[in-house]
Design a protein around this ligand. Structure first.
Ligand code: ZN
Length: 279
């Protein structure tokens, strides 16, 4: 059984200035094995050791698909009326999606944390003035850019790079094209541009970031920590070297298939969302 004391002990072995460095945490609590006190205990240890902390609190249940929309957007329009009826309105207290993990939801639900307002890709956290409010519908990953600007770090607890949202920031800065999605909010259906591509291929970055990654263990879970700037720089370098880098291998992945098809017909993927929307 993993205890609060053990968690703190492991976090204190990380070799960066934890008190002053903002950290984004991605986690799978079930990867740890049994934790005394569950997600609350891990959240408490994170709050104690990382005063500047954020986590994704994404809400995919808020997504709707219109009858018509831009082409080459990795979506089939007009076939989602049943799912649209099941969609939920984004509210400040909408739980983070289960895919994001119970720990992220525990952080989101804690009275000391704030949350940004993006109807699909919100972030939650505390001690990070200006980071959460930097986000808008145009730039969902502005908080990650702000974290990088403050020399922030990524902390992966029991998850691999497929959960590492900061790689999407590297994709964006590398010019990889993005998608348009729609989120239901109390203000109506909101168009969310710069929605990222898929992250299923992100594990292939692992050998390229070995030198900047600190590795520890908590119970059965692997703990990885690395600086966002180095991660983003490497993402950009990999895509510059090979435009197909970090895409997943699945033939059934609409976003990766769309990007591959475009790369096959266009040597340089410079299509912006604005030109996409005009088509
Ligand atoms: Zn994919």
């Amino acid at each position: 059984m993993i205890t609060y004391r053990q968690l703190v002990h492991v976090f204190r072995q990380l070799k960066f200035d934890r008190r002053n460095t903002p950290v984004i945490v991605h986690s799978s609590l079930s990867a740890f094995g049994k934790v005394q006190g569950g997600a609350e205990t891990v959240a408490g240890a994170l709050f104690a050791e990382f005063p500047k902390l954020i986590a994704p609190s994404f809400t995919y249940k808020t997504m709707v698909v219109p009858e018509l929309g831009p082409q080459r957007n990795a979506l089939e329009y007009g076939k989602h009326s049943d799912a649209n009826r099941m969609a939920e309105f984004f509210r400040p207290d909408t739980p983070a999606d289960r895919l994001i993990g119970i720990l992220a939801e525990t952080i989101r639900a804690h009275p000391s944390t704030d949350r940004s307002k993006h109807p699909i890709l919100s972030f939650t956290g505390r001690g990070v003035n200006g980071v959460l409010t930097s986000q808008d519908l145009q730039e969902p990953f502005a908080p990650l850019y702000a974290l990088m600007d403050q020399d922030g770090w990524v902390l992966l607890l029991g998850v691999d790079h497929r959960a590492n949202t900061s790689i999407h920031l590297g994709e964006r800065l590398a010019g990889r094209r993005t998608f348009v999605r729609w989120g239901l909010s109390t203000e109506g259906v909101q168009q969310c541009i710069n929605f990222p591509s898929c992250s299923e291929g992100f594990e292939t970055i692992t050998p390229h970031v070995t030198l900047i990654t600190q590795r520890l263990r908590i119970g059965r879970a692997q703990v990885l920590a690395l600086p966002i700037r180095g991660l983003v720089d490497m993402t950009q370098a990999l895509i510059a070297d090979n435009p197909y880098a970090l895409l997943c291998k699945s033939d059934n992945c609409p976003r990766c298939r769309t990007l591959r098809a475009e790369l096959e017909t266009r040597p340089l993927p410079t299509l912006s969302n604005q030109s996409l929307l005009r088509e």
